[in-house]
Ligand binder design. Structure first.
Ligand code: AQP
Length: 333
């Protein structure tokens, strides 16, 4: 039986942070053993809000380097850039015909992002239809599973609805209804504790951050708001840093750290020092791999070129079938 297929992507909007890594990328790496994986850099999503066109190409390369440095293995997974496979945008148009305007209006990410960039009415139509392109990214590979953080749950539901409607209108069972695959830490909060960790909010620790700035940020990070002094007991189950420990620190240390917090045996500074050590164990090899990849741009071009060729072969075939089902002539007819 064919292996189940995964598609996931991230936007080249800045350095990856611990939320992206613990919520999604670490999960991608683990899933490579059991799934046929497609991982893309979604550059066409990044242009839905104001962006720097001169900086974008480098951001795309940096993000691909982060995928590879984080453990995505191009000999097992297909790694590519979204715009290298133009079939995504054509399928998005077809899926827009089976997506409801009201559904798009309910997307909370559209509301959040349009607020961040000004008024909703001034937001681009591309930001509004972003989830349709995301549905196309997934369905063009007939992916069965999508590993993401929990902020993507609503978008994924829209992709499932589009698949269902397309199938019931044109061909039963044509698209799988993609399911989310969530890591054990599907939501990492920002250093300020108020919103999810986000590249654009500047409340993050970079995945490839050097030890000194990393510690500076960690030292100032928000923990349990009720614990204002070291003598007060903490609530690890509500603390963002304990959540990070669960993904990064040895399992036998977790009950010990939790108890030290609850009993106020140690303060948050102590807990942060142990987290710093866990982070360094995990991130130091990634920083090394990223340096090697940055020094070898030809290798990156080769990986992305091979990935795009593999992805395109699959995408072309899906699109050929879609056009045929929908009665669209397309370029080859
Ligand atoms: N804080 C988070 N906790 C857990 N998972 C997260 N993800 C993002 N933030 C967190 C997951 O990372 C993947 C890539 O996200 P994206 O690049 O598509 O954009 P995003 O979700 O909008 O991430 P950012 O950092 O918030 O980017 P900006 O600020 O540019 O919009 C997704 O799987 C997401 O769930």
């Amino acid at each position: 039986m064919a292996r189940k297929r995964i598609l996931s992507g991230m936007q080249p909007t800045g350095e990856l942070h611990l939320g992206n890594y613990l919520g999604a990328l670490k999960n991608w790496v683990n899933l490579q053993a059991d799934y046929d994986c497609f991982f893309c850099v979604v550059d066409q999503h990044a242009i839905t809000v104001s962006y720097d066109n001169k900086a974008l190409p480098k951001l795309v390369d940096d993000l691909a380097i982060s995928y590879l440095a984080g453990g995505v293995d191009p000999s097992r997974s297909t790694v590519f850039v979204q715009s290298a496979v133009p079939e995504h945008t054509e399928l998005a148009w077809y899926l827009a015909t089976v997506t409801q305007y009201g559904e798009l209006g309910r997307m909370t990410q559209f509301k959040d992002k349009s607020e961040q960039t000004g008024a909703e009415a001034g937001a681009s139509a591309a930001l509004f239809t972003y989830p349709v392109l995301m549905a196309a990214d997934i369905l063009i590979y007939k992916a069965t599973h999508v590993p993401v953080g929990d902020d993507q749950t609503q978008h994924l539901e829209l992709a499932r609805n589009a698949a269902q409607r397309f199938n019931s209108r044109f061909k039963k069972g044509f698209f799988p209804e993609p399911q989310g695959l969530y890591s054990a830490t599907p939501r990492i909060m920002g250093l300020d504790g108020h919103k999810k960790m986000s590249k654009s909010l500047g409340n993050h620790i970079g995945m490839l951050e050097e030890p000194k700035p990393l510690w500076k940020k960690l030292a100032g990070a928000y923990t349990d708001p009720q614990r204002t002094t070291q003598d007060e007991p903490g609530r690890p189950e509500l603390c963002n840093l304990f959540r990070m420990h669960t993904a990064l620190t040895a399992a036998d240390r977790l009950p010990v750290i939790a108890e030290q917090c609850r009993s106020a045996a140690f303060g948050c500074g102590h807990c942060k020092k142990e987290l710093e050590a866990s982070l360094d164990r995990e991130l130091a090899p990634m920083r090394e791999r990223a340096k090697e990849l940055r020094a070898n741009p030809e290798r990156l071009r080769e990986i992305l070129g091979d990935g795009a060729a593999k992805a395109r072969a699959v995408a072309r075939e899906t699109l050929r079938e879609v056009r045929e089902l929908m009665g669209i002539r397309g370029p080859s007819l």
